[in-house]
Design a protein around this ligand. Structure first.
Ligand code: NCD
Length: 310
């Protein structure tokens, strides 16, 4: 595989190869010297057209731990029109010899343009495109689930909240289905996308009954920046029906975990005590993200390095 554009492109074997490689690479993070020479002399460009804390830092740390050269490009504020600016930027990066381009863009499909129109010859990694996909987030989520629950076959994963605007939900639904888990999406009807009936998931409007049979409850941020209308009566009403508080969390089975991709709106979709509780693996998700992104970079670029060197 040359690019990572969609979680749906990964076969079960591909996904397991990435997750198993990440397991080995996580050990590197525990060493005093957290660095491998694997991608020495290779260049990874982080191309971020949209705000990001975790994902961008995570990709940067991952590339640096594999000894790649990292160029961070924050495209915010560009005055050129969208299509042209992306093409021009990509060609500039190509001229600088990017081996991999990690792209986050507000337009769904932007990474596909880079990859399929061959604006870059490097590997393209989708770090979140609009409301479409965020495959490395799904991989780090699956990685974190596996560490707590073992094999995901038959496990019950509940994803709650703003599914409509969430690339995290879509990528998770696709990957978790590939890994054999059962996914339930819980949201108000207004925040479920049209066509969700074609996704490999069940849907529900009732969080209380869903939490009781969940091995994982994954809360999503209400993405106000993508909303152009009113999707629910009030924040208080949303929080009461679709928020995870202590009382709801207590109804989860023993050993079940709480996840959130971040950034969190504490008090909205998740209460502060739940976010900081022993069931919460939210900080661990961030740590695991670096290992998973190392695995992706290693598998996409590792082999090609030898060819290039020869
Ligand atoms: C998510 C994103 O940007 O898609 N966050 C992340 O990458 N960790 C979810 C969000 O913005 O709510």
């Amino acid at each position: 595989m040359k690019h990572l554009l969609s979680a749906g492109d990964l076969s079960r074997d591909d996904a397991l190869r990435i997750l198993d490689t990440a397991d080995e690479l996580l050990a590197v993070a525990r060493r005093p010297i957290k660095k491998l020479p694997t991608l020495r002399g290779r260049t990874v460009v982080n191309l971020f057209f949209e705000d990001s804390t975790r994902t961008r830092i995570s990709f940067e740390a991952a590339a640096k731990r594999l000894s790649a050269d990292v160029i961070n490009f924050a495209a915010k504020g560009s005055s050129v029109s969208k299509g042209e600016s992306l093409k021009d930027t990509a060609m500039t990066l190509q001229a600088m010899g990017a081996d991999a381009v990690v792209i986050r863009h507000h337009a769904s499909g932007a990474p596909y343009r880079l990859a399929h129109l061959e604006w870059t010859h490097g590997a393209v990694i989708n770090a979140g495109d609009g409301m479409h996909e965020h495959p490395t987030q799904a991989l780090l989520d699956a990685f974190t689930m596996r560490r707590h629950l073992g094999d995901l076959q038959g496990k019950n994963i509940t994803i709650v909240g703003d599914i409509l605007h969430s690339r995290v939900a879509r990528s998770n639904a696709l990957l978790l289905d590939t890994l054999g888990a059962r996914v339930t999406l819980v949201a108000p009807p207004t925040l479920l996308p049209v066509g969700v009936d074609t996704w490999p998931v069940e849907t529900s409007y009732d969080l209380d009954s869903a939490v009781e049979k969940s091995d994982v409850v994954m809360m999503l941020r209400v993405q106000r920046e993508r909303m152009n209308a009113s999707y629910f009566p009030s924040a208080r009403e949303y929080s009461r029906r679709y928020g995870l508080d202590q009382a709801r969390m207590n109804r989860m089975p023993d050993g079940a975990i709480v996840m959130h991709p971040g950034p969190m709106n504490r008090g909205m979709e998740i209460s502060a005590d739940v976010a900081d509780s022993v069931r919460s693996v939210i900080v661990e998700q961030v740590t695991n993200g670096v290992a998973v992104r190392m695995a992706v970079l290693y598998l996409l670029l590792g082999g090609a390095a030898e060819e290039g060197d020869a």
